[in-house]
Design a protein around this ligand. Structure first.
Ligand code: SF4
Length: 82
């Protein structure tokens, strides 16, 4: 079971570009609709999800904090950090 992961509520993304600018390894801006894509993520019911290592959590929390509409969420041991 995946316990450490990024969750992206893409529908609510306003395409500001902050995540892709801070972390181009995980995020890129879509040329189709201007929203960000979580690279190599899988689609769940409402979100996109990507597993991360425990060592990547702190940085990803920083990236999530940069999102002005709070649509990036980080889970550690299945607990929501942001
Ligand atoms: S920081 Fe948030 S609103 Fe901006 S592109 Fe990334 S997910 Fe979308």
């Amino acid at each position: 079971m995946v316990k450490n992961y990024i969750l992206h509520n893409r529908e609510e993304c306003i395409g500001c570009g902050a995540c892709a600018s801070l972390d181009p390894k995980n995020w890129k801006m879509s040329s189709e609709d201007g929203k960000s894509d979580l690279i190599d993520s899988e689609k769940t019911e409402e979100n996109y999800k990507k597993e991360i290592n425990e060592t990547e959590i702190d940085f990803n929390v920083e990236v999530a904090e940069s999102c002005p509409v709070n649509v990036i969420h980080i889970y550690k041991d299945s607990e929501k950090q942001i």
